[in-house]
Design a protein around this ligand. Structure first.
Ligand code: ZN
Length: 164
């Protein structure tokens, strides 16, 4: 059992680090995206060929098909980012920035400590991003809820219920 505490408190105790890992993957979705990219350029090439009846038309159509698909994907990803949150917020001291869409690399450093990944800010605090939550992890492994992403509103103080 891990303790859930308020973000401003920081206790020290026995070293205890959980065994959770951040979720990686989505390989199947990536495959679908690439297949759709191929299909949309093939479709574009076909349409281009029908309209112009030349290989140049097919080529232009194919490129256009791919561009349209990538544009569509960018919109979807932007929407998903706004929905689920992107990057990391400022640290609790307010001095370290997270990476974001237009901010480039942030001040956080992703480090693997005892088999678990943490974002270490320049103040030396450990954080973890889990779903929409941004957690501060003390040296004893106790988690404190700092911020939660609210769709289309951004990072807000996490005052949610204590259920996971
Ligand atoms: Zn910091």
């Amino acid at each position: 059992m891990l303790l859930i505490r308020n973000c401003t408190m920081q206790g020290r105790g026995a070293k205890q680090v959980g065994s959770r890992r951040p979720a990686y993957g989505a390989t199947f979705i990536e495959m679908l995206v690439i297949m759709a990219l191929v299909l949309s350029s093939l479709f574009g090439a076909l349409v281009g060929h029908i309209i112009t009846e030349s290989w140049l038309g097919s080529l232009t159509g194919g490129i256009l098909g791919a561009v349209v698909w990538i544009g569509f994907l960018s919109v979807v990803f932007l929407f998903m980012d706004l929905w689920s949150g992107y990057g990391l917020p400022k640290c609790r001291n307010g001095c370290c920035r997270g990476p974001g869409l237009f901010k480039g690399d942030g001040d956080y450093d992703l480090q693997k400590i005892e088999g678990e990944y943490f974002y270490i800010c320049e103040c030396g605090d450990r954080y973890q991003r889990r779903g929409k939550r941004f957690l501060l992890v003390g040296e004893d492994g106790a988690e404190s809820r700092c911020l939660i992403w609210r769709p289309f509103r951004g990072w807000s103080p996490d005052k949610g219920s204590h259920s996971n």
